[in-house]
Design a protein around this ligand. Structure first.
Ligand SMILES: [Zn+2]
Length: 425
């Protein structure tokens, strides 16, 4: 954290107007979205030149973290560090392996998405610095907060009367701090307090993304509300494994609703791309991270030294597997593991991918009006940590110990991809 947040500095690059452009953690993503390819490439090279420079130091820090995890697991008689960390959330290891094998099976879809990206960008070679640049323009659609609330209410209507009235209570009951203000932190989150209603922080600017964020954060808030309302204090806090399910389910319901509503081609393309990107960043990327962690911890447990060369090699190979033959394997990307702080919290990130898959599966059952699904979903939201996370999800008919939920999420990805290809013809 100290290295990444306080010490590290990246060389500036030259902007379009000839002026110096600073490269920082804060500007990096917007530079990766820049329409000028030279700027994207130089920002990418600037960032990784520094991670390359400190690679041995960071390998030593990360290697020590892995060995520590391996030691704790051994000392407590677990068979592996993964078993140790997963057991703290009461998640069986099979869930992790099933996620990886299902996502691996669907990698051709990701490769297809990358080929399409290459074609749409009109480049001879697709590089890692071409991954974030938007494929569609958003248009000028601007939403007031009143409009955003209305869209979210319409999108979440399939969740039933009770859910909608809670949403209304939150909207009207001043749960939400809506706009940016001096000294207010950026981003968005929801926070719960037992015995009181949840609170939501937004920085609402009126983009479509902000409308999705509102649906997402209210998903967390209402999940918290149900669990606090129905559980004693000790069982009220839900585990990370299920934490992103309610929020992502709301986003999935909203995208399904908006796609139904929207007939205009350009706007449809924008919506489709928005959700395809969520799949790429959450389901594919986090599963790739999960594979990296598993391999590295196994090597650590086998007593191998985790050198920069070894870590970069593993990462580079995974990146090639995930992005496919159309992606040029720039040597810089091998260093990416150095800038993922989550790796210092072992076996954490896979939960983003499982949560996302579960949410897509649940949203599908809700949209299809499956008998008993709303009742089951309410019991899930009310469960807190009173049951094991995998058992809680079974209340909504989703069994994460099987490969079906991830496979079904991938089917949805394919549907969206098919439609996006048609839209962009
Ligand atoms: Zn969230």
């Amino acid at each position: 954290r100290m290295f990444n947040n306080a010490d590290v500095r990246f060389p500036s690059i030259t902007g379009e107007d000839g002026r110096e452009l600073p490269v920082t953690h804060g500007t990096y993503i917007s530079l990766m979205e820049h329409p000028d390819r030279r700027i994207r490439r130089e920002a990418f090279q600037s960032l990784y030149s520094v991670y390359r420079q400190y690679s041995n130091t960071l390998a030593a820090a990360f290697g020590a973290n892995v060995k520590q995890a391996v030691f704790y697991a051994k000392a407590r008689k677990y068979t592996s560090s993964r078993e140790y960390y997963l057991s703290s959330n009461e998640v069986p290891e099979g869930v992790y392996d099933r996620l990886v094998s299902s996502v691996r099976k669907s990698l051709p879809l990701m490769h297809r998405y990358m080929s399409l990206r290459k074609r749409l960008l009109g480049v001879d070679e697709l590089h890692m610095y071409d991954v974030y640049v938007p494929l569609t323009s958003q248009g000028n659609t601007h939403y007031t907060f009143e409009e955003a609330k209305k869209i979210v209410k319409e999108g979440l209507a399939p969740l039933g009367e009770e859910y909608l009235s809670l949403l209304e209570t939150g909207f009207e009951g001043r749960w939400i701090d809506v706009y940016e203000n001096e000294g207010k932190r950026s981003g968005a989150y929801s926070w719960g307090i037992y015995g009181c209603h949840p609170y939501v922080l937004l920085n609402f600017h009126g983009t479509l993304n902000d409308v999705f964020t509102l649906a997402h954060e209210m998903g967390h808030a209402i999940h918290t509300w149900y669990s606090n309302e129905n559980q004693p204090y000790v069982y009220a806090g839900y585990k990370i494994f299920v934490a992103e399910v309610a929020s992502t389910c709301n986003e999935a319901l909203l995208i399904r609703y908006l796609l139904k509503q929207c007939k205009e081609k350009k706007e449809r393309a924008y919506l489709l791309n928005h959700f395809l990107e969520s799949f790429r960043a959450t389901l594919f990327r986090q599963t790739m991270f999960a594979e990296f962690e598993k391999t590295v911890h196994e090597l650590g447990a086998a007593g191998e030294s985790l050198t920069s060369e070894k870590l970069c090699g593993i990462y580079q190979k995974l990146n090639e597997d995930y992005f496919g033959p159309d992606m040029v394997s720039d040597s810089e990307i091998g260093y990416e593991w150095e800038r993922i702080p989550h790796f210092y919290t072992p076996f954490y990130v896979y939960q983003y991918a499982t949560g996302f898959s579960a949410a897509v599966a649940i949203s599908r059952r809700i949209m299809e009006g499956e008998p008993g699904i709303l009742e089951g979903y309410k019991r899930f939201l009310s469960g807190g940590c009173s049951m094991e996370p995998v058992e809680l999800l079974k209340l909504c008919g989703v069994d994460m110990s099987e490969s079906r939920p991830v496979d079904q999420a991938m089917e949805f990805f394919e549907e969206l991809l098919d439609e996006f290809e048609v839209c962009m013809k």
